[in-house]
Design a protein around this ligand. Structure first.
Ligand SMILES: Cc1cc2nc3c(=O)[nH]c(=O)nc-3n(C[C@H](O)[C@H](O)[C@H](O)COP(=O)(O)OP(=O)(O)OC[C@H]3O[C@@H](n4cnc5c(N)ncnc54)[C@H](O)[C@@H]3O)c2cc1C
Length: 359
């Protein structure tokens, strides 16, 4: 197995070849600019979802002609101006107000609404993250705009309108959604848009700090706790991912999968049924109603392979499935499959992978 994976290049550390970000800087034009609401994570780094939105926005703006704005809140974002520019941002706007120093959905929506009313971009994109899913709809409601939530793709139609793609009827079809209102708004799921190759020669043309006038903010976030196990590498951007399904049998099985993942430097994810059980946090659910991932190598352990799950691993290059049912649909998606009890197979596989990387 280890030799087969190496022959396929599944364990190579080098990144994938990606579309490059365009070098050109674009000029802002009312009604033609695209705004990407950028987020930082608990460590203060720009989230991969935000960089994916910018990467895709760069492509859209190359056709539409407006400028790509990274818009965010005070704190870490301003010091990431270079990274944002490398992924396509032409301008950075930081909304600065004491009420925005710690995130609350109300203040975020209120502040952004002011700016949208004042400047009328062509479109506003938000991450369909835990935060974006909460403040995005509030922003749309304040502005009286439509919002396509949880889009899995974004295109332009022949008239230069935003077409947001959404799975419908349990994922059996993808519905194109056009907004009747302007600016057009969507939240987009992490992992579905391709991350581009950053252009390190770009710099943002304008960094602007705007101080919106905000009324009293009724709620306040006093603390944020992550349920994620920090001994496991983050799922977003992981080159190797270990996914667990109900077949692992419970928290002990999850712990065994973690022990397998750690030495591989792999991220972890789970099926919805596993997160429903609370064996893994909801942020790690992959599939139709979870995240999409694009690792080089994906281990599916005790995962049946329901289409609602495999839609989230469409861009995984090599899939290794371990399942005790030879008829399990995951084997149709798998590059390599092992039929048997994961508890017997995983230690042997771990040892083989370890030996192989030591040689
Ligand atoms: C609207 C909608 C949205 C959904 N969205 C998602 C989503 O985003 N993500 C998602 O994952 N699911 C989603 N689902 C649920 C999805 O349809 C499946 O029910 C789910 O993915 C199945 O999870 P599972 O493979 O962990 O569990 P199961 O279906 O219970 O499969 C467990 C597998 O483990 C195998 N197994 C059992 N014991 C062992 C053992 N000892 N060793 C090896 N293998 C073993 C079994 O053979 C079986 O194939 C959604 C469903 C709906 C209706």
């Amino acid at each position: 197995m280890a030799a087969a994976l190496d022959a396929m290049g599944a364990r190579r550390r080098a990144g994938k070849a990606r579309r490059p970000i365009s070098g050109a800087m674009r000029k802002s034009a009312r009604g033609r600019d695209l705004w990407v609401a950028c987020e930082t994570d608990l460590k203060g780094e720009v989230t991969r979802g935000s960089l994916e939105l910018l990467s895709h926005g760069d492509q859209l703006m190359a056709r539409l002609g407006g400028a790509l704005f990274a818009v965010g809140f005070p704190g870490a974002l301003a010091r990431h101006a270079a990274v944002l520019a490398h992924y396509g941002a032409d301008r950075l706007v930081v909304l600065d107000h004491p009420a925005l120093e710690s995130y609350t959905p109300e203040a975020a929506a209120e502040a952004m609404a002011h700016l949208v009313r004042e400047r009328t971009p062509w479109g506003v994109l938000l991450n369909a993250s835990e935060r974006g899913r909460v403040w995005g709809p509030r922003l749309a409601a304040r502005l009286g705009l439509g919002l396509t939530g949880d889009a899995i793709g974004l295109e332009l139609d022949g008239e230069g309108r935003m077409v947001a793609l959404k799975p419908a009827f349990g994922g059996n079809i993808v519905a194109p959604i056009l907004s009747k209102t302007f600016p057009q708004m969507a939240t987009v799921r992490a992992g579905v848009l391709e991350l581009a190759e950053p252009h390190r020669g770009r710099a943002v043309a304008v960094v602007e700090t705007v101080r919106p006038q905000l009324g009293p903010v009724l709620s306040r976030m006093t603390a944020m706790h992550s349920l994620l196990d920090t001994s496991i590498v983050p799922l977003e951007g992981a080159q190797t991912v270990v996914g667990v399904g109900m077949g692992v049998g419970g928290p002990d099985g999850v712990a065994a999968a973690k022990s397998f993942a750690r030495p591989l430097g792999a991220g972890m994810c789970a099926t919805r049924r596993v997160t429903d059980q609370g064996w893994m946090p909801r942020q790690l659910q992959v599939g139709l109603t979870g995240k999409a991932i694009d690792p080089r190598l994906y281990f599916a352990i005790g995962v049946r392979g329901a289409p609602n799950h495999t839609v989230g691993i469409k861009r995984a290059e090599v899939v290794v499935a371990i399942n005790n049912d030879s008829e399990a649909p995951i084997f149709e998606r798998a590059t390599l499959g092992v039929v048997g009890d994961w508890a017997a197979i995983l230690p042997a596989l771990a040892a083989a992978l370890e030996t192989k990387s030591a040689t």
